[in-house]
Design a protein around this ligand. Structure first.
Ligand code: 1GP
Length: 263
């Protein structure tokens, strides 16, 4: 059990990300889709993530057809200490073994089930779990082609050439009390969220920005970090090339502002 002192000393992941926003620190997360990666593949991703000093691991998927979600989480927790956050595609993706879960509301869409319906069902279950619940305004942005998430969520993504829509949506999300804004062009998107849109949103909200979807190389990850994302999420590219995580992590971390020394 966590002592009061430990609980007091320990910062939540949300607080860590807010610190990143306030002090321009940049972080990288590896997304593991349990359906797409074998156990051997997961071991390789974990080994590389530890060596590359990846900041977070995400587990989840818009559509999971194998029954491997819980096992995947247990396996990762048994083999590494990198904080594990569930990125749930549905109410079936919850586990007390994770460190945290994004409590997503799909604020770019107008599907009431994903704005509040699923959350009502999930809330009492999450209350009984000792994990950090991270209230997150989730915004789907058009990435050039339909993705699983746009189909499954039955919602229209924000057009990629309309930053003002993204800004107003993110502002509303922040005013509603979300502690994070997550802009996603969907796994395997042709294009990631544009730098112009990221810059516009980052300049208008005070909460941290998570950006994912279609980020395939360190140069793009660095540009997106510099445009204003605190946390970059990569899935597909590491499934194809697990060693890419080293350059990607370095590129993202190098975009952090140097912190003043304590001396
Ligand atoms: C997570 O959708 C992203 O937000 C992951 O996208 O698989 O294209 O990296 P990729």
């Amino acid at each position: 059990m966590t002592s009061t002192v430990d609980a007091f000393m320990k910062f939540s992941i949300n607080q860590d990300l807010q610190y990143c926003k306030d002090f321009q620190q940049k972080k990288l997360a590896v997304l593991i889709d349990p359906d797409k990666v074998s156990e051997k593949g997961i071991d390789q991703l974990i080994e590389n993530a530890i060596a590359a000093e990846v900041d977070y691991l995400f587990v989840g998927g818009s559509l999971l057809v194998d029954d491997s979600f819980e096992h995947c989480i247990s396996h990762i927790k048994a083999h590494c200490k990198i904080p594990l956050i569930i990125f749930p595609g549905s109410i079936f993706q919850m586990s007390a073994k994770a460190d945290a879960i994004f409590f997503l509301s799909l604020i770019s869409g107008r599907n009431p089930e994903l704005l509040i319906g699923q959350q009502v069902l999930a809330a009492p279950i999450l209350r009984s779990m000792d994990i950090e619940v991270m209230p997150t305004g989730y915004m789907l942005v058009d990435g050039g082609a339909p993705t699983t998430v746009s189909y499954i969520s039955n919602s229209q993504p924000i057009p990629r050439d309309k930053p003002p829509i993204a800004v107003c949506t993110a502002l509303a999300g922040e005013m509603l009390g979300h502690k994070l804004i997550y802009m996603d062009s969907g796994s395997g998107a042709q294009y990631p969220v544009s730098e112009e849109m990221i810059r516009a949103v980052a300049n208008n909200v005070n909460v941290p920005l998570v950006i994912g979807g279609g980020i395939r190389n360190p140069e793009t990850a660095a540009k997106i970090s510099r445009a204003g994302a605190e946390l970059i999420v990569v899935g597909n590219a590491f499934e194809k090339e697990p060693n890419l995580v080293f350059d990607m992590c370095q590129a993202v971390h190098e975009c952090s502002l140097a912190l003043p020394s304590k001396a």
